[in-house]
Ligand binder design. Structure first.
Ligand code: FMN
Length: 216
């Protein structure tokens, strides 16, 4: 390796901004998430709805990538993607997935475990048509995660489709739509001094949520 990155050892940051107490958290994790998300907006976190999505392949290989949170309510956390992509294929085999938010400006992390189901056609369609036309065309053109020879293939396809759909509504392709993760475990992490972070967990029980602290 040409570049010396041994200074990595010396990169460290003290977390000092806030504390998280059991007494002060919401009873419902979605309310707690909403509070923290609002804080992230107010703190001008660059892409507060960007989250890491973790899946596993059929042979148990973990995989992760960033996607955007597009809806959240009592039913769960929604993102949109190509169903035939690597992530789509992996979710089809194992819908037990995880999401992770990291908001460095707030020294906070939220970990979410749950099961994914496709959103309804209607929900996907509504979101699809709310996107800019360029993004709709981009979704159609890209066979996401498939190997391609070069970039000009997609650029030519984009040109062709832009012409084809110039006067008509672009139909939602059947290979594109949303997933909703229904959570059963959420952990709210607030960085603390001397690496003694606060970690509050919500774990789903039959009728409500068990809320407890875990060690940093
Ligand atoms: C900030 C950011 C946001 C992204 N949002 C999405 C998204 O909402 N949906 C999506 O399919 N890919 C999104 N991507 C691209 C994915 O990270 C990934 O490259 C793509 O979905 C293919 O992943 P896969 O091969 O594991 O299926 C985003 C990437 C970044 C960096």
């Amino acid at each position: 390796m040409e570049k010396d990155l041994s200074y990595l050892h010396d990169i460290r940051k003290e977390y000092i901004k806030a504390n998280l107490h059991e007494e002060n958290v919401e009873k419902n994790p979605i309310d707690q998430f909403s509070n923290w998300f609002t804080d992230a907006i107010n703190a001008k976190v660059m892409e507060p709805n960007a989250m890491t999505l973790a899946t596993t392949s059929a042979n148990g290989q973990a995989n992760a990538r960033t996607v955007l949170l597009k809806d959240v309510d009592e039913r769960g956390f929604v993102f949109f993607t190509n169903y035939t992509s690597t992530k789509g294929q992996e979710i089809a085999k194992n819908n037990k997935i995880a999401l992770l938010f990291f908001w460095p400006e707030l020294e906070r992390q939220v970990r979410i475990l749950g099961t994914a189901e496709k959103t309804s056609y209607q929900e996907s369609e509504e979101y699809f048509h709310s996107r800019p036309v360029g993004s709709q065309l981009g979704a159609i053109v890209s066979h996401q995660s498939a190997r391609i020879e070069n970039r000009s293939i997609i650029e030519e396809n984009l040109e062709r489709l832009t012409e084809e759909f110039k006067d008509t509504e672009i139909p939602l392709p059947d290979y594109w739509g949303g997933y909703r993760l229904t959570p059963h475990y959420l952990e709210f992490w607030q960085g603390g001094a001397q690496r003694l972070h606060d970690r509050i967990v919500y774990e789903k029980t039959d009728s409500s949520w068990d809320i407890y602290r875990i060690s940093p």
